[in-house]
Design a protein around this ligand. Structure first.
Ligand code: GLP
Length: 241
């Protein structure tokens, strides 16, 4: 795994955005895997700037998001679909039908998950997957204990994740306990992965993911086995390496 350590979250986010922009310039029909959470917001801001100032063209890309809370409709202020619209899609020239986020309201969850996997395959597979990391070392919603071969499926959230994400919902009780998430196996099939982690509260998870044993207890550690993963960290997140 290549590890890039930069001074702060602003510089790290800019580095990640530049890397994604390069991918799109090289292959305008790129299939991007996208992430939500606080970490990628600055990276999306920078990509929006590239669109506005440098005409970076998103019209031919396809996107697949990692996950979605179960039971939240797309228009819910906390849904990941809404997050993507507000923080990225609404500000660039993506074709809406080419943006994919799991449907938190799917009636038949198993067949929706299979269909999501099928659509990823049909697109030709993910060229570049952007990832954050949970404070317990998870990627997407692959909580500790998730099989490293897992596929898109329904997953229950760990208490630590519910507590971490309560800041978006106002209280812990409002955080859904279940989510649809790409599996670790799904993520590992991406041609490249870009793990972005910033802030001191990620330092332990980052150390375990990059330098610890490969284990289902820290699902980000599977990325050690991925042939083309770059971890982009700020100094605070890299402090325990
Ligand atoms: C959630 C998301 C992950 C994300 C993590 C960290 O659990 N499902 O994809 O990486 O939160 O989020 P943040 O960037 O807000 O710390």
């Amino acid at each position: 795994m290549r590890v890039v350590i930069l001074e702060d979250s602003v510089v790290a986010s800019r580095w990640a955005a530049n890397f994604i922009a390069e991918q799109i310039r090289r292959k305008p029909t790129s299939v991007l895997g996208l992430a939500t959470g606080g970490t990628p917001v600055r990276c999306y801001d920078q990509l929006i700037q590239f669109h506005k100032n440098d005409q970076l063209d998103f019209s031919q890309i396809q996107t697949f998001n990692l996950d979605e809370y179960l039971g939240l409709p797309p228009e819910d202020s906390n849904s990941y679909r809404r997050f993507m619209q507000e923080n990225f899609f609404d500000h660039v020239n993506v074709v809406p039908a080419r943006t994919h986020v799991p449907d938190g309201m799917a009636k038949d969850i198993d067949s929706h998950c299979q269909e999501y996997e099928r659509r990823i395959k049909e697109s030709g597979g993910i060229d570049l997957q952007l990832l954050g990391i949970g404070s317990d070392g998870h990627i997407a919603f692959n909580e500790p204990g998730s099989s490293l071969a897992s596929r898109t499926r329904l997953k229950s959230l760990a208490m630590e994740t519910v507590q971490d994400n309560a800041r978006f919902f106002g209280s812990e009780e409002k955080v859904p306990r279940l989510a649809i998430t790409m599996g670790v196996g799904t993520i590992m099939e991406s041609r490249q992965c870009l793990l972005l982690a910033t802030g001191a509260n990620k330092a332990t998870a980052v150390r375990e993911a990059i330098e610890g044993p490969v284990t289902a207890k820290v699902t980000a550690s599977a990325l050690q086995m991925h042939p083309a993963t770059i971890a982009v960290l700020d100094e605070a997140a890299a402090a325990e390496l």
